[in-house]
Design a protein around this ligand. Sequence first.
Ligand code: QV4
Ligand code: CA
Length: 476
Amino acid sequence: QFATNYASGRNGMVHLFEWKWDDIAAECENFLGPYGYAGVQVSPVNENAVIGARPWWERYQPISYKLTTRSGNEAQFASMVSRCNAVGVRIYVDVVFNHMSADGNSYGTGGSTADPSSKSFPGVPFSSLDFNPTCAITNYNDPTNVRNCELVGLRDLNQGNSWVQDKIVDFLNHLTNLGVAGFRVDAAKHMWPGDLAVIYGRLNNLNTAHGFSSGAKPYIFQEVIDLGGESISKSEYTGMGAVTEFRHSDSIGKVFRGKDQLRYLTNWGTAWGFAASDRSLIFVDNHDNQRGHGAGGADVLTYKVAKQYKMASAFMLAHPFGTPRVMSSFAFDDTDQGPPTTDGHNIASPVFNSDLSCSGGWVCEHRWRQIYNMVAFRNAVGDDQVSNWWDNGSNQISFSRGSRGFVAFNNDNYDLNSSLQTGLPAGSYCDVISGLKSGSSCTGKTIVVGSDGRANINIASNADDGVVAIHVNAKL
Ligand code: QV4
Ligand code: CA
């Protein structure tokens, strides 16, 4: 359950955080498909508790497994999955089954009611027999406390209970039947690996009517925050699926904030303490740590630090390590604030500008040229490995992906101005960071590769982006 199930020639998924299903369907057709994205992680699909000012995190408080949320209903969800699959873009659902809602949060987005104080969730149904005894998570060095007690008061399901297993398996298999390609398993660290193995073992193969090969299994990436120093390790989970590699987020943030040198990126991968490449779902930031939730930290880069964010994202997408996920945010100041709405409740659709960017409260990092063009770079270089590594001994680096792509970064406070080996065939190439190839011209910098494969690379220390990238599909 490590294979991503991406359509061939595509790579890179985007988390369209809090988007509505109809908007995602249109985005697959209008943007993600044409620009080469391989998949979308969607916000939780199942009914959640309606909470006061409609914080984003209400979606992590399940009331039932009915598929009605602020993003849309089951018919809209099913239609989105079909429309995205039809254009080669796979859907991955954020599934929340460690727990149900916390005390006081008893009315659901699908009209179901619950009584969390007595652990009664008739919409499933679950009763108090299906939950662990009430206790609070207080000690991350005690696996039993972490897995059998309540995360911030969220009623903790017992995944060892066969009725609970049945309901979870039914929920996941229903989604698979609708055509999804895999799951992000929320709060996996808070569930016993043995219980998860039983649940995963009962999952149906992907639905061949949606273009999946027969026998394909859902891609599973488990949310296990392991930065070291706790008793639960990601290695307890990597035998069953991938894990969200938070060390990648932490390390890449430190590097591009200048707290670590770019030259050290030469051995980027497991040498940095990351899980194996095919077990690592990697990202610069996620919906929690961009706002200080979960393993938040001051070093996490977000859209608010745009230059460094674009450089880190370009590096993540240029480097072969891991399965990258691009974050697509709504703008926020308050860390509890929910997505843009039309009336305080209904989610507003993004507004698209002529330069492809978004407005209406949506950031749409996935529509930033420097990011979507690096998804195209990743698709262009395929499996070619890192070669022609160069660094200046501090924060200027470059490397090629075989003879198909070349990228250079300058995070020093002086200019990069060097003749570098690109590994590419001779010719003129469009730098896809500063511009777009349009016919035989480039709207940004043109980089000329000589017959010896070398090119003069200039990146001023005060450049907008601090990175240049060329690849075989951007040859002029
Ligand atoms: C409050 C008090 C508690 C009290 C409780 C009693 O703080 O002390 O026990 O009331 O009723 C929200 C509020 C939180 C509130 C809780 C219950 O922020 O203050 O507790 O609801 O009503 C998201 C948010 C949480 C949010 C939760 C549920 O981040 O703030 O809690 O949704 O709405 C660890 C885990 C990791 C987790 C990470 C955040 O190991 O698994 O913390 N990450 C995932 C998701 C994340 C989500 C959850 C797990 C829970 O990525 O988005 O939490 O599903 O690192
Ligand atoms: Ca638990």
